[in-house]
Design a protein around this ligand. Structure first.
Ligand code: TXA
Ligand code: MG
Length: 310
């Protein structure tokens, strides 16, 4: 993707004034503001209608800059070297003298950090004197945005500026791993857990227990398109939209597919835009066919299960 410098400069100017703007990342679009500014961070919560106890992710250009704010450990260094920039978020201990706004962390002493790979996001981060707090650019509990149009759908004129970056290449949020003690996955995401496991060469707990929620992104009723979803459906009802992993030979008006031939990475990239499209086409419910529970299919199923608990 070609970088438009005028756009990046406009974004920088607004961010310097503690305004919020939308930025593209390779996972999903983010609603970004200066992570050192209380004012900017308060605006993010307000725009997203996000509960105050749900802390924000902070985006950095590289580990050198992060050093000022967080305490590193061996697991972090290993994963950073292998996967960053990329679709993984780390929970680390915050340094006492960090300048991160208390609004970001909800006064906790941990911080969620990520190094996005999208060239537009990287170019912007490199030019700023502060990291960017940026939760996904969607209304709280709804589906994330993977294009600037989706951001517009959710926020209209309320957002000062959307930095264009095309369609997000991964299309699912980052994988969150808590590295403060034994590595613990808090959210499945765009980087497969099996690949992370190989690098750490140890067991990783996947914290999917809804009773002991430590990352509110784990709440059920997240990622909802706002209409009922039924999963693993074999027989659809006549008025439902039918979402399948690959193209069906029968080409009916209510049939949607995530990938031409069932490729799970392509399916991940198309998941959120297809759910949004079904809603726009005015269907009142969605029946989803079986999606293989391997690779990114695990994250796709995780999101669909949460979305189905309406
Ligand atoms: O791919 C992504 O991660 C995207 C892009 C924009 O970077 N961001 C994203 O942000 O998905 P958000 O806010 O929608 O999801 C971040 C999750 C939330 O569920 C939040 O509860 C959790 O990270 N989180 C933030 N700080 C945390 C902390 N200190 N400990 C545990 N979970 C935390
Ligand atoms: Mg989100």
């Amino acid at each position: 993707m070609k970088i438009n410098l005028a756009n990046i400069k406009k974004a920088k100017k607004l961010l310097n004034k503690s305004e919020c703007i939308a930025i593209p990342t390779e996972t999903v679009y983010g609603l970004a503001g200066n992570a050192y500014s209380d004012k900017a961070c308060k605006r993010i919560y307000k725009l997203k209608k996000r509960p105050k106890n749900n802390p924000l992710i902070v985006h950095y250009f590289n580990d050198q800059i992060l050093k000022k704010d967080c305490i590193f450990n061996d697991n972090f260094l290993k994963l950073y070297k292998k996967f960053c920039p990329g679709p993984i978020t780390f929970i680390l201990d915050l340094k006492k003298n960090s300048k991160i706004s208390k609004v970001v962390t909800n006064k906790k002493n941990s911080l969620a950090v990520r190094f996005p790979k999208h060239p537009v996001a990287r170019n912007l981060l490199k030019r700023l004197n502060f990291p960017l707090a940026a939760p996904s650019a969607n209304l709280s509990s709804k589906i994330s945005a993977v294009s600037s149009d989706h951001v517009k759908e959710d926020f209209g004129e309320k957002i000062k500026y959307i930095l264009e970056g095309g369609k997000s290449s991964i299309g699912l949020e980052s994988t969150i791993i808590d590295l403060r003690n034994k590595p613990r996955i808090l959210r499945l995401g765009g980087l497969e857990v099996s690949i992370i496991k190989k690098v750490l060469n140890k067991r990783i707990v996947i914290n999917n227990n809804p009773i002991k929620i430590s990352s509110p992104g784990q709440f059920k009723l997240h990622y909802s398109p706002g209409i009922p979803i039924r999963l693993n459906v074999k027989k659809i009802k006549s008025d439902e939209a039918y979402l399948q992993i690959k193209k069906n030979k029968k080409n009916k008006k209510n049939y949607y597919f995530l990938s031409k031939n069932g490729n799970l990475n392509e399916a991940a990239k198309n998941l959120y835009s297809t759910l949004r499209q079904i809603k726009k086409d005015k269907f009142k419910s969605i029946a989803v066919g079986k999606i293989p529970n391997k690779g990114l299919g695990k994250t796709i199923n995780d999101r669909l299960i949460r979305a189905s608990k309406l």
